[in-house]
Design a protein around this ligand. Sequence first.
Ligand SMILES: NC(=O)c1ccc[n+]([C@@H]2O[C@H](COP(=O)([O-])OP(=O)(O)OC[C@H]3O[C@@H](n4cnc5c(N)ncnc54)[C@H](OP(=O)(O)O)[C@@H]3O)[C@@H](O)[C@H]2O)c1
Length: 168
Amino acid sequence: MASIKTVAVAGGTGHLGAIVVEQLVKSGLFEVTVVTRGEKGGQIPAAVKMITVDYEYVDNLAEALRGFDAVVSVVAGHLSDLQRRLLDAAIIPGVKRFIPSWFGSDTRLPIVKESPLTSGKIKVAVSIQEKVSKGLIEYTSILGGPRVDWMMGSDYCMSIPKRHSTIQ
Ligand SMILES: NC(=O)c1ccc[n+]([C@@H]2O[C@H](COP(=O)([O-])OP(=O)(O)OC[C@H]3O[C@@H](n4cnc5c(N)ncnc54)[C@H](OP(=O)(O)O)[C@@H]3O)[C@@H](O)[C@H]2O)c1
């Protein structure tokens, strides 16, 4: 496995991204840069570098990612096209490792595959497998299952504050 020092975190301003950035910095092992559209720049810790990108343009995105060993994507989970452009862009300057924004249930399981919530993530998985099989990049998937702390505070599945639960 290639050695990883410089890490770009796309979506590092988000709910999970802020935690990822905090923990990467805390480890003391990496030089961490947040990749952002720039609309929430104030939420990035002062010690962390920031680069502003337009995710629409792969060539510009590729230049922004030049020099990074790894790209961690923590962008909102439904952004499959954006993530595929991010993956394509990471490959151009030779980023060694890509961590896609999955952070949920195991998309290889049939019951998870059937869920409309994971269809975007499966599209990203297909693109990653294609690139990895050609030796263009390595990847790590992080599939920790549901984040119970998040689920209990949101209206999405079950809200403890509102005493409300959705059963499908
Ligand atoms: N396992 C679980 O229970 C669980 C729970 C929640 C989330 N997750 C997963 O964790 C990952 C991150 O989710 P999150 O809730 O942390 O994401 P989020 O906060 O909604 O968004 C993360 C970041 O995405 C970036 N972004 C880029 N383009 C965007 C666009 N067009 N629209 C919206 N945001 C855009 C934004 O960063 P900038 O504005 O800085 O560009 C934003 O801060 C997802 O894969 C999600 O499925 C898992």
